[in-house]
Design a protein around this ligand. Structure first.
Ligand code: 3PG
Length: 415
């Protein structure tokens, strides 16, 4: 397949200043600020190491405004340095004077980590604006003159059109980094495979994204069945008339923007695709740290839902065994707490054993895969969550579009 975007093979980047946009959005302990998992950081090491003769200014985001893990990138910089075995400087500025001075002071081999791009209002306010407009933001206009190339490696954010992700592609020759390149190649292969049944297991708390994806995949017949768990299932259960109870819905209302509208969407999907959307038949409540399983018919519950129950696990495992292609995005429960890791662990273990081609993705999901030591038994562990699913649903990803535009614009500058 002919490539219509640049990769790191197309330019000699030695001695040059490179803006490297990665996605190292990682689980962080809100209490201590400690990094709970560095899987995404480790993924990007290939790209960072390959740039060891360049001057690298690294851009990234962490979480979203208002969330309790919305923090600076200081711990990320420390971890990158520890993994590379050399100091990596963190600057608490994205495009202010300290950032520019740090970039100008770099020597080949240096890596500077700039501040969380989402601390700056342009990043969110101009999301989805026209590329030309994003190229005119302060983020782009202040940084681009100090760089020679933009390396876009943030596959996990490939579905987010935000200035720090796509704005530079208009003004600098922009190349896919190694993570981006590998993901596009692997996922492209999976999508073209016509084998059926195809199933999608959607969990986690980013339920708003997952619902849109479920709808697209079902309507376009890209999967035969959607199996819900985690926060996604809580919303679907509510839509199906099983009120989870205030302890769960209060949490969901904080996590999902416009909860009622999303619940209405779930209801519509359930009416339209009744047999193709599976809901948990039992859930596990958190009773002072202990599992308390109940059938969904016993909802609402005073205690919060923390996992799916054994009956649900058995039903889902059966579907996993029969599937030819399996997509898994978002954990089935609060797997970080041992007693509530059962659902996520059993589903992932079944996927690891299944004959079907398996694609697993999402920041927290990858952390779970690693926690259970299953990473080598899954066909492709993607760095992407929403990006992965959007790609698999056949949607054009804004970051890929931007890379293609940059290729057309700067085509003559390649070596
Ligand atoms: C992710 O974790 O999926 C990416 O970093 C994108 O994060 P977002 O959904 O907050 O934009």
């Amino acid at each position: 397949m002919a490539r219509d975007f640049f990769t790191m093979d197309d330019f000699d980047l030695s001695g040059r200043t490179v803006l490297l946009r990665v996605d190292i959005n990682s689980p962080i302990d809100p209490g201590t600020g400690a990094l709970l998992n560095d899987a995404r950081i480790r993924e990007h090491l290939t790209t960072i190491r390959e740039l060891r003769h360049s001057k690298v200014a690294l851009l990234a985001h962490q979480s979203r405004p208002g969330k309790d893990d919305f923090t600076t990138l200081e711990v990320h910089a420390e971890r990158i340095g520890a993994l590379l075995g050399r100091p990596v400087r963190y600057v608490s500025s994205l495009f202010g004077r300290p950032a520019i001075e740090a970039i100008e002071a770099m020597r080949p081999g240096d890596v500077v980590v700039l501040e969380n791009t989402r601390f700056y209002s342009e990043e969110e306010a101009l999301a989805d604006a026209k590329l030309e407009k994003m190229a005119k933001t302060h983020i782009v206009q202040r940084l681009a003159p100090h760089a020679d190339y933009f390396v876009l490696d943030a596959f996990a954010a490939a579905h987010r059109a935000q200035p720090s992700l796509v704005g530079f592609c208009e003004v600098l020759p922009s190349l896919a980094g190694r993570v981006m390149e590998r993901e596009l190649t692997m996922l492209g292969r999976a999508v073209q495979d016509p084998a059926r049944p195809k199933i999608a297991l959607l969990g986690g708390v980013k339920a708003d994204d997952s619902i849109a994806v479920a709808r697209h995949m079902l309507e376009q017949d890209l999967v035969d069945t959607v199996l819900t768990s985690g926060g996604v299932a809580n919303l679907f259960l509510d839509a199906a008339g099983f009120d989870p109870g205030a302890a769960t819905t209060d949490f969901m209302r904080r996590e999902v923007s416009d909860y009622d509208a999303h619940r209405a969407m779930c209801k519509e999907l359930l009416e339209k695709f009744r047999r193709r959307v599976l809901l948990p038949s039992d859930v596990v409540l958190n009773d002072r740290g202990e599992r308390e399983a109940i059938p969904v018919s016993m909802l609402p519950a005073k205690l919060p839902i923390y996992d799916i129950g054994l009956d649900t696990i058995a039903r889902y495992v059966e579907q996993i065994r029969r599937a030819k292609t399996i997509f898994f995005n978002g954990p089935a429960g609060v797997f970080e707490l041992e007693p509530f890791s059962v659902g996520t662990r059993e589903l992932l273990a079944a996927i690891a054993e299944a004959d079907g081609f398996s694609i697993v993705g999402g920041g927290h999901t990858v952390a779970a895969v690693e926690q259970f030591g299953l990473q080598d038994r899954i066909d492709h562990v993607s760095t992407g969550g929403g990006a992965l699913i959007n790609f698999l649903a056949g949607k054009e990803l804004p970051l890929v579009t931007a890379l293609k535009r940059s290729y057309k614009k700067f085509g003559k500058t390649a070596k």
